[in-house]
Ligand binder design. Structure first.
Ligand code: HEC
Length: 135
């Protein structure tokens, strides 16, 4: 009986290890395996590197405050596309056009290298930072 239990445990342990390996390999390309905390952490570092010179979460700088931004965009694809190349979306989307015009036609630089998961991470960070802000 003991041997059976032991064998079962070994199997469970090795199955568990396999899963972990898989999830760390696919972490970079898929969002299903990244935990909320990982997303927030990745998002924060991307935001500080690439966005914080023009954006804050709760305050307008060169660019608008990003608090609640995911709710202002009804079409998520356009939001992702705007972050990758704002001019492309300004040309076809009325909300983006209005935003550009009300921001003195300051162009946001394109971030073509951001993957879906990077953008999701940044948006998750923004959401989390808006919730934890006191004001
Ligand atoms: C050089 C300044 C600059 C940088 C850097 C910048 N942005 Fe912007 N961003 C703007 C401006 C200006 C606007 C307003 C729209 C426009 O003028 O095109 C804007 C608008 C936005 C909007 C739409 C806001 C809304 O209220 O709907 C999002 C989302 C956004 N930026 C995300 C980002 C992200 C994410 C990064 C970093 C990867 C970033 N921006 C980096 C200047 C910048």
């Amino acid at each position: 009986m003991k041997t059976v239990c032991f064998a079962l445990m070994l199997c469970l342990l090795s199955c568990g290890t396999n899963n972990n390996q898989q999830s760390s390999e696919s972490k970079a390309s898929s969002n299903t395996t990244m935990s909320q905390d990982d997303l927030i952490e990745t998002g924060q570092s991307l935001f500080l590197q690439k966005c914080s010179s023009c954006h804050a979460v709760n305050m307008n700088l060169t660019g608008p405050a990003l608090k609640g931004v995911d709710k202002r965009w009804h079409n998520k694809e356009n939001l992702y596309a705007f972050i990758r190349n704002s001019q492309e979306v300004i040309a076809k989307d009325a909300y983006a056009k209005g935003l550009y015009e009300s921001n003195h036609k300051v162009q946001m630089p394109p971030f073509a290298d951001l993957k879906d998961n990077d953008i999701l991470a940044i948006l998750t960070y923004i959401k989390n930072a808006s919730i934890s802000a006191r004001h």
